[in-house]
Design a protein around this ligand. Sequence first.
Ligand code: PLP
Length: 447
Amino acid sequence: MSAAPPEATPPAPAPSAAASLHVRHRAVMPEWLALYYREPLELTHGEGRHVWDVQGRRYLDFFGGILTTMTAHALPEVTKAVAEQAGRILHTSTLYLDRHMVELAERIASLSGIPDARVFFTTSGTEANDAALLLATTHRRSNQILAMRNSYHGRSFSSVAVTGNASWSPTSLSPLQTLYLHGGVRSRGPYAALSDGEFIAACVADLEDMLGQAHGNVAALIAEPVQGVGGFTAPPDGLYAAFREVLARRGILWISDEVQTGWGRTGDHFWGWQAHAASGPPDILTFAKGIGNGMSIGGVVARAEVMNCLSANSISTFGGSPVTMAAGLANLTYLLEHDLQGNARRVGGLLTERLRAIAAGLPVVREVRGRGLMAGVELVRPDGSPAPEAASLALEHARERGLLIGKGGREANVLRIAPPLSLTVAEAEEGAAIIEETLRQVQHAEG
Ligand code: PLP
C-alpha cells in the first residue's frame, strides 16, 4: 500500500497586481526589516543631492541613502566607470587580478595611515567587521573582545555579538565573549557632569576594571570613532588615544570601525580615528558605505603581520568585484580632487551652527551635535525623557516638505543628518529651513 502523499501547505494568496509595493513587501520579506515612514517611500532615481519617488515628488536627501551616497547621486564619473566596466566584464572573482582592485587597495592602504598596510575587500560593513574580528581573534588566540556600549557593528553572528544595544543585537548566543565599556554615551547618567578630562579618566578606569575581569588574553577593542546608529555621539577627542596606551601595553589590538566615519565625513579628519591622533593609527580599520557611492564595497585594512595571520586560503566571491572597484576608484578620485572633506567641514559647520540656532528656542531639542556632515538632533519630552515618537513624527513632517533625514540613537530619539559630502551652502540652508518648520511642528505636538 502506498503512503499518502504529504499534505501540501496551501500557498499564500498572491497579492493582487494592484497591491502596493509595501503590501507585497510585507508578504515576502521579514517583518523585522526596518522601513521608514507610515507610508513607505518608493524611490525611482536620484541626481546630485536629490532623489525622486514613484509619484514624481522630489526630495533633498539629507541621509545620503544611508551614508552610502558619499559624493552625489548619479555622479557622472561613477556612472561612466560602472557602465564601462559592466560592458567589459561583470565579475572575475579574487582568484584573478583586476586593475581597479589593486589600484583601489593601493590608494586605501596609503590613506589608512597604517604602516605596511594590506587591504582585503568585502561586500559590506558587517563582513568587514567579521573579517577584522577573525583576524584579531586568530592573531591574539583569544575570543574575548572589548566593545563600546551603544555601539553598532553589523548584523552577522559575530558583529551582533559586539554590538552594545540589545535592540540591534537580537541574540545573546554569541561566539565571542564581549566586555562592554563606557565611553559611547555621555549624555545621561553619572558621566554627564564630568569635564572631558575627567570623562576620559573615568572611561580608562572602566577599561582597566574590565581588563581585570577578563579571562587572560583579550583580542581587541572594536569601536566607532563617532557612533552612527547610536545617534552620532562622539567621545571627547583623545579617548581612544588614552585607551590605546592601556591596550598597547598588553598587546591588545584596536579595531576602528570607520564604516560611517571614513572618507572625510567628519570634516576635520579623513578618518574618525584621527581625532585621537596621539595614539597613531589603529591596528585594524574597517570601511564600507560611502566608498562605493552606493555600490557594495566593504573592507578591512591591517598591517601585514596581522592580515597574514590566517593560514587558510580565504577568498570573498564578490569582494573586490571589478564593477564595484571601478566605482570606488572613480568615487574616491572625485572626493579627493574636489576636496569634499573640506566641503564637509565648511558646509557641515554652517549647517550644525544653523541647527543649534533653530534648536535654541525649542525645548523638544535636547542637543544638536555634529562633526562635519554628520549631525545629530536629540529629541526629548517635556520631562527630559527620550522622545522616539517625536523623531518618527519629525521624519514624517520633513518628508511632507521634501526632505529625507534619518533617525537613530539608543532610544531611537535622534534625528540623523548625513547628506552627500558635495552638499552646497544653498542646499544646507534649504534643508535647515525645512528642519526648522518640522521641529516647530513637533514642538507643538509634544507640548
Ligand atoms: N559598522 C557600522 C559603524 C555601521 O554603521 C554599519 C551599518 O550601519 C555596519 C558596521 C554594518 O554595515 P553593513 O550594513 O554594510 O553590513
